[in-house]
Structures are given as structure tokens and as C-alpha cells.
Ligand binder design. Structure first.
Ligand SMILES: [Zn+2]
Ligand SMILES: [Zn+2]
Length: 136
């Protein structure tokens, strides 16, 4: 179990793609053939509960796992392919004005910037299937 956990952690560490559990599983299996998807799910949930990694729902259809829990950051999300990247920016003005907090004591805020990544953005105006397939 410990070896499997280390394997999952190693796979995630330094990964900037914010992989899904399935993507972590694929990468982990290259190191450890016997690891199962169920085990990977379990380890990812454990690591998230321990605060070693973050489990993020960024609206891409799958939960994404982020090893970058030490620095406050925001995310760029491609609405076409679901690519996720870190955005190391601080938005100092991002505050809930007093009177609108509805009793909440706000501790943090995350901003998700949605758009199209370089691969999904057509290079010329008038996106067509041909323009898109050139980049695959
Ligand atoms: Zn994309
Ligand atoms: Zn991130």
C-alpha cells in the first residue's frame, strides 16, 4: 500500500496537467503493473483528505488532481479539450464586500478562466473541421 501510494504521489508530483484519476492510473501502471484503478482512486482520495494534493472540479467532466497545494493559484481551463493549467497570479481586489457575505467568513477564493487553449483555437477565422484536425 505504501509503495502504491508513493507511486501515485510520484506520478502526480510535478505534473502540471492536473490529471484525472484515469490519467494518473495510466501513468502509475507504467511503473507498477499490478496497481488497480480502484486503488488509485482510493489513494487519490486519501492524499486529498490529508491535504497532500487537491481534488478539483473545474467543470471538465472529471475530478482533476493538483499536486500544487503550497502556492495559492488559479486555473486556466480549455472549454474544448479540458486542458488545465496553473495561473500563479494574485487578485488582491477579490473580496466579498461586507453586507454581501450572508454570514460566511470567507477564507479563500479561486478564479477559473475559461477559454480555448492553443491547440483548440483555430489559427484562422472561421473554424472548420479541417482547420481543427490539422492540430491533432
Ligand atoms: Zn484545448
Ligand atoms: Zn492547479
Amino acid at each position: 500500500m505504501t509503495a502504491q501510494r508513493q507511486c501515485v504521489f510520484r506520478v502526480l508530483h510535478g505534473d502540471v496537467t492536473h490529471p484525472s484519476a484515469e490519467a494518473v492510473y495510466e501513468a502509475a501502471r507504467e511503473e507498477m503493473e499490478t496497481i488497480s484503478l480502484k486503488t488509485v482512486y482510493m489513494i487519490l482520495n486519501e492524499l486529498a483528505e490529508m491535504g497532500e494534493i487537491a481534488a478539483l472540479d473545474l467543470g471538465t467532466g472529471t475530478v482533476r488532481f493538483d499536486p500544487n497545494v503550497d502556492t495559492t493559484h488559479h486555473h486556466l481551463v480549455c472549454r474544448s479539450c479540458g486542458k488545465v493549467r496553473d495561473l500563479a497570479l494574485e487578485f488582491g481586489g477579490l473580496k466579498v464586500p461586507p453586507g454581501q457575505s450572508q454570514g460566511f467568513e470567507v477564507r479563500s477564493a479561486e478564479v477559473v478562466f475559461r477559454g480555448l487553449c492553443a491547440q483548440c483555437r483555430p489559427t484562422r477565422p472561421g473554424p472548420g473541421p479541417r482547420a481543427k484536425s490539422r492540430h491533432r
